[in-house]
Ligand binder design. Structure first.
Ligand code: GDP
Ligand code: MG
Length: 445
């Protein structure tokens, strides 16, 4: 398995498979996705995040396609996120399999990822923003996000975008009323697409009428651009409008966005891992006055969702071995083999750590006797300081990345990044200060 750092490097190098794997990890909310995003975050912030929203059939996908082509002519690298499973995109490297390739001339300068709009753990907005960060760090100059409608998700996505383009079409009838309410606040640019059809001028008058009723805090009046996306008309004007807004958009908006997003992330993190059953049980206890809600919440804040994770069927950790530091392996082995009846399954010298090791199976777990093979070995230092005795406890966990993330989240001190051992297993050491005075080794096979 590659380390998080290597994975991030591959992504930054434009490796499509590494990118696709990352997108999937983000979708599935794997703990390693967060580790990866931490690694990538310092390399993000360069891409223009552009939201394109509007009713189904308004021509958003067509417009996004044309905008991408325009960027490509400037040799820019583009990411497209379609929060709309029906979007047919052409060309580009499709990350994942939700969008079928429509064209045979795949363009390596365009990455496309579609997202199902349902079933998101943690919400569409969170996943979209993580995907945008991923594409940004992968070197995209612009990330175009296509979303449908004007639900809560769109408002949240608009918040993460640098510029939000709202696509309207003439003769929407009652739709325009429904759309007006939510969309006026989020639009930085209005596009009247299908302006080849009658009614475009009336729609423009309606938008202008609404604009005259209220002015924006930042003083910006969203420009109204006419397009015929299917005939590639007016697209350059859209890009111009996007850029004119970007040029004046202050750093304040980013601060404002992060202010809100940090709250979302904290809220989500606090709820992470809790399942409905846990709330149900607690609610029953509280309703029956068996517990009070204040203590329940305090308890949850203290213990986190650990219990519910175990209930969710994650195998409990097991002792793999106990590491015992001894002055003399020969001397100790006499006791362990002749007096206690242990067998020796393995003897070896680990050069890198300057130890001679003897492994003694003890049922499932093993006893690992450790003798210093040089005066500057960690075992020699340990014995000098604390005497012979228990050096470490090694436990097997089902998912080291997840265990590590959980430990870090709770502020535990780890002695290094996870390492890969001789047998191909991964391991990490937890400092005794975070583990009741015992050095813990976590192992995943
Ligand atoms: N007449 C006309 N049709 C368009 C225009 N733009 C897109 N279309 C067509 O409208 C349909 C829906 O377009 P699509 O981009 O998939 O819309 P989306 O659902 O908003 O992504 C397609 O058949 C397009 O070819 C336009 O400016 N004029
Ligand atoms: Mg579409």
């Amino acid at each position: 398995m590659t380390s998080t750092r290597e994975w991030a490097d591959q992504i930054r190098g434009g490796n499509v498979r590494a990118l696709a794997r990352a997108a999937t990890a983000i979708e599935n909310r794997q703990a390693r996705a967060d580790e990866l995003l931490k690694e990538l975050f310092p390399h993000s912030g360069k891409a223009a995040i552009i939201g394109i929203t509007g009713a189904p059939g308004a021509g958003k996908s067509t417009l996004v396609d044309q905008l991408a082509a325009l960027f490509r002519r400037e040799n820019k690298q583009i990411g497209i996120i379609a929060v709309d499973p029906t979007s047919p995109y052409t060309g580009g490297a499709v990350l994942g399999d939700r969008i079928r390739m429509q064209s045979h001339h795949a363009d390596s300068g365009v990455f496309i990822r579609s997202m199902a709009t349902r079933g998101w753990l943690g919400g569409v907005a969170r996943a979209t923003s993580d995907l945008a960060l991923l594409l940004d760090a992968a070197g995209c100059d612009a990330v175009l996000i296509e979303t449908v409608g004007v639900g809560q998700d769109e408002v949240e996505i608009a918040r993460l975008a640098d510029v939000t383009v709202v696509v309207l079409v003439p003769n929407m009838g009652d739709d325009v009323q429904a759309i007006k309410a939510g969309i006026m606040e989020i639009a930085d640019v209005f596009v009247i697409n299908k302006s080849d059809q009658p009614g475009a001028d009336r729609l423009e008058r309606e938008i202008k009428a609404m604009q005259s009723l209220s002015t924006r805090k930042d003083g910006w009046t969203p420009p109204i651009v006419w397009t015929v996306a299917s005939e590639n008309r007016g697209i350059d004007k859209v890009l111009e409008a996007i850029r004119s807004y970007q040029g004046r958009r202050g750093a304040d908006r980013a601060v404002e966005n992060w202010n809100l997003r940090l709250r979302d992330m904290l809220r989500e993190r606090l709820l992470d891992g809790f399942d409905g059953g846990q709330f149900e049980d607690a609610a029953r206890r509280v309703a029956a006055r068996e517990s009070d809600p204040y203590s329940v919440v305090e308890d949850w804040l203290r213990t986190g969702p650990a219990e519910s994770r175990l209930q969710a069927g994650l195998p409990a950790p097991q002792i793999d071995h106990l590491g015992i530091a001894v002055r003399s392996l020969e001397h100790a082995l006499t006791f362990y083999t002749q007096q206690l009846g242990f067998q020796i399954s393995l003897r070896e010298t680990v050069g890198a750590e300057k130890v001679n090791v003897a492994m003694l199976p003890a049922g499932g777990p093993r006893i690992e006797l450790l003798e210093a093979s040089a005066p500057d070995s960690v075992i020699a230092k340990f014995i000098e300081k604390r005497g012979e005795g228990l050096h470490h406890v090694a436990i097997k966990v089902a998912n080291l990345t997840e265990a590590e993330a959980r430990l870090r989240a709770s502020g535990a001190r780890l002695l290094s990044e996870p390492q890969i051992g001789a047998g191909g297993h991964q391991y990490v050491f937890v400092h005794p200060a975070s583990a009741g005075g015992v050095l813990f080794e976590l192992i995943q096979e």
